[in-house]
Design a protein around this ligand. Sequence first.
Ligand code: SAM
Ligand code: SF4
Length: 328
Amino acid sequence: MTAQAGLHDPFGRRIEYLRLSVTDRCDLRCSYCLPKGFKDFEEPAHWLTFDEIERLVGAFARLGVGRVRLTGGEPLLRHNLPDLAARLNRLPGIHDISLSTNATQLEKHAQALKAAGVARINVSLDSLKAERLAEIAGRDCLDRVLAGLMAAKAAGFAPIKINMVALRGVNDDEIDDMVAFCLHHGFTLRLIETMPVGDTGRNANYLDLQPVRHRLAEQFGLVEGVMSGGGPARYLRSPDGKFHIGFITPISQHFCPSCNRVRLSVDGTLFLCLGQEARVEFRPLLRSGADAATLEEFIRNAIAIKPERHEFREEPGKILRFMSATGG
Ligand SMILES: C[S@@+](CC[C@H](N)C(=O)[O-])C[C@H]1O[C@@H](n2cnc3c(N)ncnc32)[C@H](O)[C@@H]1O
Ligand code: SF4
């Protein structure tokens, strides 16, 4: 396979997007993601260094993976994240760097991230009510998240997407308020169904988003839309194209046939599917001084074992790791 031909998995899907978890640590404990009191984090000695990440992402880029999302845990807890973003942005073949964050630290980093070449930002925000958000996220944080969002807007990020995990009986009464908030600020809203990843994900209050989608389309006169970024969200938009709302529905309508991504955790494990155990360890290879050709060969071999689809419905008890390990 040549670099031009790109990486294709056994099911004919082109893999061109890498989600890079730069830490598994987080300052929040969202009820559906990380358990309260969780401390079983990866040893710092096992974290890939920026040099190691750069070597590995460089190999992916030579194989046609041009888009990287920085995620975690909370990626802004990793020291000097803008420096890493700038280094990755300079790699030949990388043309899109984005960030998923809870925004608690975004106010102080927004300008530096923009200067480093981060093109797009997704912010998790499940409620606009301070007490409710503290309940969901395990910590009082609304003011800091809003300050982070406004700093990102001021720094010129566009689009800014708000990720809201829809939880039955917890925040589903706030979906319309969130639409109004996003309309007002020019943000794109994405509603997410909970996935049974870890006990936390399994025990979350799952809400089927299909009825929500139909109701919002009717109520706000929305039509089918598309958004650049190539993610799993299915979009509706206002007729003037100024507002988009995406639905990430892994359970009620899965999107595996168009999956274009793999996930690298902070310890150098490449996960081939969010909902399966298939994985390949890259840290030993990087630390044994593997050359560029060997790294590329291992990546091709890893893509060859990418599973066809998750089995969240059939086997909801399968994935024990928490979402913070693989970055969502
Ligand atoms: C794991 S977080 C990492 C990045 C950052 N800390 C954040 O919250 O945006 C990435 C995404 O995964 C989502 N997520 C976490 N656990 C989930 C679950 N069980 N089901 C669905 N989405 C989940 C979060 O809402 C977030 O949008
Ligand atoms: S969803 Fe993001 S912010 Fe919430 S606990 Fe998980 S990693 Fe942290």
